[in-house]
Write a protein that binds this ligand. Structure first.
Ligand SMILES: NC(=O)C1=CN([C@@H]2O[C@H](COP(=O)(O)OP(=O)(O)OC[C@H]3O[C@@H](n4cnc5c(N)ncnc54)[C@H](OP(=O)(O)O)[C@@H]3O)[C@@H](O)[C@H]2O)C=CC1
Ligand SMILES: O=C(CO)[C@H](O)[C@H](O)COP(=O)(O)O
Length: 639
């Protein structure tokens, strides 16, 4: 058994008179483990000093703590024990933690000075002089960790509450940024015992964990640490550690800091937006130490993390089973009440799926943006009318991204539309571009998602765009609102949304085949129906579409063929008209091209093959010969 594994040693701590002995005895009896009264480990000199009314100093307490540590070590492999020990100062607790092999679970009992003073006045048989209570309160340094329990309830209720806390599943969270804080609170709401840690960067990132615990202390008790070693020592083995730190080198740096302390079967859940290949590398590296790793996509932003995200865990199935109760308890619910969290598959599949989630997100965001832009600046529709139209569309589409865009269109600052004050240069953290890189790797067309990434790239080039606009002096052609255009805009929008999703899922399918991930596209659609950023009624319909045709491209699925046949003319009309008026429509245009390409049995690629063969002797397959046979032509030699 490794250090700290097995049943913990419970130490019930707090000032004299708070109720340590009765609570600890009851706890030991309930858990059927031995009980040890800490006061009995005091040497006679200490007892005399206390009964004479003198407080103990640190030196006096040395022998006492040493004796308790000795007893803990004698019983530590006997299935746990409960001790009382006031352990008022952090150095006393550290002494015990550093000199024992067991994991110590601290149960800190507290009550007001006045209440305890009154209790102590009626407590005659105990050697402790009630006058020393003031010195106890002066000495007390409440622990930042452990179970904190006020003793204002009946002993039975206090015991029950302690037992409830002991039974809670336990996890440690590293990284208390936007997402980490939300997940910690969400877990605490769902009966998970959460210990938090954030790094300290002097002058920049100080007291993040302490402040988080303090800010929430009215409603929650978080054990917190700003010392990684202490955080790790405190967590029960095998440890469950969730990382919510910036993706990239920060994840490797945190893992390397963790490594010296990690033991067999400890589990790291990387819940940030890590690249799936990094996840695969980390799984392999940690396997050498028998440390488990789950590369886990989490979507839903700040609100989702707090109230229920969509969760995409990939990696070790056994590891998932271990933390499934925690992850499923905090996830959003689908319309049947099931958790929007499901084991995705081995290796980096969880992060791959999250990456494509974001790719689809990029496509849909740009789609909304360019339709808004076209309607506002080329069709001259008032913002309120666009918001109203989007709201009407959303009665059918139920898209979260459309919903937030409607809110954005209503937001004013000093009577001005806030949107008009926001610089038109989009940021990005990588997942969209990584989707495009993966499409290149797997040889899949990813038109809309790639177009959305490129649109963000060019948006960032504000200075050159502005200079070019002046040089080319485009005369903007305004579009004309005509009967039926509203319906056409909707039809076009909806078809681009479908094409964008079909593209994203197609890459998931291809990567799944290549990596033997056995991704269940229906289940992925289900966990994306709530909590995540791309939830919509379309996603709901994909559950059944992929159930009926698990690997089929959406544009070959009868339901979507019907929809596309109905809407394709509107899409062509809207897209080409918008561009003819001078409005850039990158995602719409790429959806049109993808749709036309995908639905053409005869592509233009025979010309490409001929050109390749002409200048580079690359050879080509022939329509009159079986696939896989390659032919060359000596183009310069005339027949
Ligand atoms: N925000 C969102 O909507 C979503 C974000 N994500 C992903 O979740 C992860 C966290 O995002 P978010 O919470 O928004 O980010 P924040 O910027 O709010 O927080 C980042 C966290 O990472 C820590 N950190 C950064 N660098 C290091 C380092 N070198 N060593 C240790 N810790 C470090 C920060 O600590 P410190 O405070 O000390 O700097 C902080 O706790 C990212 O991977 C992100 O892509 C996933 C889904 C949605
Ligand atoms: O994962 C997310 C949502 O699902 C994050 O919000 C992500 O950071 C968004 O990506 P980007 O910053 O590149 O727009």
């Amino acid at each position: 058994m490794s250090v700290g594994e097995g049943k913990p040693i419970y130490i019930v701590m707090g000032v004299a008179g708070v109720g340590k002995t009765s609570t600890a005895k009851a706890l030991a009896s309930e858990l059927n483990i031995p009980f040890f009264e800490g006061d009995e480990f005091h040497p006679p000199e200490n007892i005399k000093k206390m009964t004479d009314g003198y407080p103990l100093n640190d030196e006096d307490r040395q022998a006492w703590l040493k004796a308790i540590a000795g007893q803990i070590n004698r019983v530590e492999d006997k299935g746990g024990a409960v001790f009382t020990c006031s352990a008022l100062k952090e150095i006393y607790r550290e002494y015990l933690m550093n000199r024992t092999r067991s994991r110590i679970e601290w149960i800190y009992l507290y009550e007001s000075f006045e209440t305890i003073r009154d209790r102590m006045r009626s407590r005659r048989e105990h050697f402790f002089n009630p006058e020393l209570l003031t010195s106890q309160f002066d000495t007390l340094e409440p622990p930042a960790y452990g179970i904190h329990m006020r003793t204002n309830l009946s002993p039975e209720k206090t015991l029950n509450k302690i037992l409830q806390e002991i039974k809670k599943p336990k996890i440690g969270i590293i990284g208390l940024g936007v997402m980490g804080q939300g997940l910690a609170l969400n877990m605490a709401d769902n009966q998970v015992s959460v210990t938090v840690y954030n790094r300290e960067v002097r002058g920049a990132e100080e007291n993040i964990a302490r402040n988080f615990a303090d800010e929430n202390k009215e409603l929650y008790h978080f054990s917190w640490f700003s010392d990684l070693e202490k955080f790790l020592k405190y967590l029960p083995r095998p440890r469950n550690i969730l990382l919510m730190v910036k993706a990239g080198p920060a994840v490797d740096s945190v893992i390397s800091e963790l490594l010296p302390y990690l033991e067999k079967d400890d589990l790291i859940i990387d819940a940030g937006n890590s690249h799936y290949e990094d996840t695969q590398r980390r799984i392999a590296e940690l396997q050498n130490k028998e440390v488990l790793f789950l590369g886990t996509g989490v979507s839903g932003g700040e609100e989702g993390a707090r109230n229920g995200p969509s969760i995409m865990p990939g990696g070790s199935k056994d590891a998932y089973e271990r933390v499934a109760p925690i992850l499923e308890s905090i996830a959003a619910r689908d319309k049947t009440g099931k958790a929007c969290c499901s084991y995705i598959g081995p290796g980096g599949s969880g992060h791959f799926v999250k990456m494509l989630h974001n790719g689809i997100e990029y496509g849909e965001m740009q789609l909304i943006a360019e339709f808004y832009h076209y309607m506002r600046f080329f069709l001259d529709m008032p913002v309120e009318e666009i918001a109203a139209m989007f709201a009407k569309w959303n009665e059918k589409l139920d898209s979260y991204l459309l919903e937030i865009s409607i809110d954005i269109l209503h937001r004013k600052e000093n009577d001005e539309l806030l949107l008009d004050l926001i610089l038109d240069a989009a940021g990005q953290k990588g997942t969209g571009g990584w989707s495009t890189e993966a499409a290149l790797k797997y040889g899949v067309a990813l038109d809309t998602i790639t177009a959305a990434v490129m649109a963000r790239n060019i948006s960032g080039d504000k200075e050159r765009r502005t200079r070019a606009a002046a040089l080319f002096n485009f005369k903007k052609l305004d579009g004309v609102l005509y009967d039926g255009i509203h319906e056409k805009l909707f039809e076009a929008f909806r078809l681009v949304q479908v094409v964008n999703h079909s593209i994203g899922f197609d890459l998931l399918n291809k990567a799944s085949e290549e990596n033997n991930w056995e991704l269940d596209l229906s289940e992925i659609s289900r966990i994306w129906t709530n909590g995540c950023i791309i939830r919509s009624s379309l996603m709901n319909s994909l559950i059944d579409s992929f159930k009926d045709n698990p690997k089929e491209h959406l544009l070959l699925n009868p339901n979507f063929v019907k929809l596309a046949n109905r809407s394709r003319e509107a899409l062509l009309e809207v897209g080409t008209q918008a561009m003819s008026y001078g409005c850039p429509m990158p995602v719409t245009a790429s959806a049109i091209n993808y749709f036309l390409n995908f639905t053409s049995s005869q592509s233009s690629a025979n010309m490409i093959q001929a050109q390749r063969d002409y200048f580079g002797a690359h050879a080509y397959e022939r329509t009159d010969k079986p696939r896989g046979e390659f032919y060359r032509t000596h183009w310069k030699i005339k027949n």
